[in-house]
Design a protein around this ligand. Sequence first.
Ligand SMILES: O=C(O)CCC(=O)C(=O)O
Length: 286
Amino acid sequence: MDSSLTRDPEVQESLLPHSEDIQFYRDHGFWISPQIIPDEVLDASERGMQRYYGGDLDSTGIHPPDWKPTPGEGLRKDDYSSMCVDELAQLVHHPMIGTTAARLSDAPGIRLWHDQLLYKPVDAPGTRANVGWHTDRQYWQCCTSTEMLTAWVAFHDVTPEGGSVSFFDGSHRWEVTGLDFFSQDLDGLEAIAREQGLPVDIKPTTMKRGQVSFHHCRTVHGSGANRSSEPRRSIAIHLQPTTNRARVNEDGTIAPHSNNDLTRQVEGVPDYTDERICPLLWGRPA
Ligand SMILES: O=C(O)CCC(=O)C(=O)O
């Protein structure tokens, strides 16, 4: 084990994934941690989310100086929020996130890919707040790494009734196409997967405040309506091993991603090690 892990007072070795947890992640494509994020960090994240939606930013981040949030009625999904609000940066940079991700993905180090602040309102007629079944990898074709992963952190307890994330167990080994984050249909895929003879086992998640779910970038996941009495408030922290680079196709093109326009370019290729957009969260730069 990297002895630097035990030197950070915020890293609690006993709460990091051990060999059987890492094996679980490899077999199932997701893993749910113990309570690794302290209450005070989550309290601050709640405040940070409110400040973000109120337009009270510490830095405009990727937004133009006159940016104002547009809440809308359904699911709110705001990328790069940790660049704008210090409390959200504090959560994203919490060393238990990067350390856990490094262990699960066997990476020498972990960088932020980008984050997504997620607010799912209480279900009401006409509300479009489901997250359709999808894989993160389908949106990250520009990357060389197929071991990227996501840490999903709610700011409160979550249950299936409250619209928590569900995973298709073992689906990181499937070849599926045509999925869509924004689809509201959560019924179709199960039948298609069964027709193809795939072993369908959908795992809804229940987590206490402070627990974090980690999922592999090829794992099919999504979430349904929030039938609890409070909005679901969370952040998806998308992570890359430090070895990840832009994948240049034979014809010289790179699959689209907003990071391609935001990171610096080195000889015409986006540099995913650009500290401003993709800071090192744990371990060694590669
Ligand atoms: O918040 C959700 O329900 C899903 C988020 C998601 O797609 C992700 O964490 O990759």
